[in-house]
Each structure stands twice: as structure tokens, then as C-alpha cells.
Design a protein around this ligand. Sequence first.
Ligand SMILES: Nc1ncnc2c1ncn2[C@@H]1O[C@H](COP(=O)(O)OP(=O)(O)OP(=O)(O)O)[C@@H](O)[C@H]1O
Ligand SMILES: [Mg+2]
Length: 243
Amino acid sequence: MANRLLEVRDLNVSYGDAHVLWDVCLHVEEGAIVSLVGANGAGKSTLLKAISGLVRPQAGEIVFRGRSIRGAAPQEIVSIGISHVPEGRGLFTQMTVLENLELGAYPAGVRARMRESLEYAFGLFPRLRERSRQKAGSLSGGEQQMLAIGRAVMARPALLILDEPSLGLSPMVVKAMFELMRTLNGQGVTILLVEQNIHQALQVARHAFVLQTGRVVMQGPGRELLDDPMIRKAYVGSLAAAH
Ligand SMILES: Nc1ncnc2c1ncn2[C@@H]1O[C@H](COP(=O)(O)OP(=O)(O)OP(=O)(O)O)[C@@H](O)[C@H]1O
Ligand SMILES: [Mg+2]
């Protein structure tokens, strides 16, 4: 068995009376890009939030590098190597680009290497260096997404979790976003990706999981799922749009 960086076992999450995730199992191999796809409201963001400690599961286990992280605080989870770029980006819009980046480097071990991490982020996104004194809220949509990812990599994560990074971006910027994911992955960052852009999400993924109303209904190599008749039928709209 390949080295499992992350393993989610039989995870159940409810918001009050609403049971949203049912016995979800998912794994992410070290060095892979893994995609999680599914319709609106399927529970994708909830699963990501459970992994990064933002929502508390009722049952199940979350194991990172062989150690349980279920119930750990979000900042502790960042410190051990998981960074989450949330849906909607979660930037501090009134703060500058530089301040947003610096906030990403809050784990103590990383803060000591602030300059080096800033150079790393600016190397990935030269545009951010040019705009480092600009307020985050005044950036374009694509630039804001770059900043959100830049802030996440400031913590030097082993696992980068991206929740719909291409949402609202033009096709050219989406293409650049997928190229960036490949670049980061090539540098050794493992990626767990949620995307509405099914075609590209499956194409880039070593392995993918399909979530349907809170349950994993299918999984396999990204390219195999791309050819699966059920996937083609269920997501034909997004496939058609991608061609
Ligand atoms: N804080 C919350 N309180 C109550 N219900 C919630 C909360 N967050 C999400 N839900 C519900 O949980 C379900 C799953 O939501 P979630 O955001 O995880 O779905 P998703 O797959 O990410 O959807 P989308 O593709 O629209 O982002 C939805 O029915 C949603 O209304
Ligand atoms: Mg979501």
C-alpha cells in the first residue's frame, strides 16, 4: 500500500439535527493530487472543514501521518502540516497582501523562516510581490485566489486543501490555477481538491472520490472516473462546458 498521508474513516458529521456526512471514508496518498467532486450541498466543504478542525465530527477517525487529528484545534492542524484554502478564500480584505501572507506563517516553526517563506510565495506568484502593499480587497478575483493560496503555502504545508479554487474565475485564470496545482504538486505538496470543474478536476487527479448526499458513492483513478458512464451522465453539463 502506498504511503497514506491522510486517512478519513467512517466519518459522520451533523449540524444540529441535519446529518450531513455518512460513514465517509477517503484517503490521500503522499505526493498525490486527490479530487473530491459532487453536487452542491453534497457535503464536500463539510468534509474539508472536518479535516482541518473547523467542524467537529460526531463519529469516525481522521488520521494524518499515522496520528489521529480528530478533535484537534485548527491552528494545531496547520502546525502539523495541513493548510486549508476555504471556499470564498477568507482573506482579510482591509489588510495588505503582505500582511495576509505574514498571517499565514503563524506556526512557530515557520515564523522563524518568514523571509524564506515570503520568497517562496512570491516566487510562485510574482504578481503578489508587485502588489504587496495593496489592500487584499482591491485585488482582482484571480489575484485574490493567488493570495489565498500564497497565504496557505506560507505555513509550508505537506497537505494543501483547496475548496473550489477556480470558482468565479475566467477560463484563462482557471487554466493557470490548474497549472499552479501541478507546479506545487511537483514540488512535493500533496493536494486535496474540491472542484465544480469536474473535467479538469478528474484529469489532474491521481485518485478521486465522488460524494453524493453525504456518502462516497464512487472512487478510482481520476481518468477512469472521467470515462465512467455514470459520471458522464451525472455531470454531462460540466463535461460539455469543459469541451
Ligand atoms: N454551518 C452549517 N449549519 C447548518 N447546515 C450546514 C452548515 N454548513 C453546511 N450545512 C449544510 O450541510 C450540507 C452540506 O453543505 P456543504 O457546504 O458541505 O456542501 P458542498 O458539497 O460544499 O456544497 P457546494 O458545492 O454548494 O459548496 C448542506 O445541506 C448545507 O446546507
Ligand atoms: Mg462547498
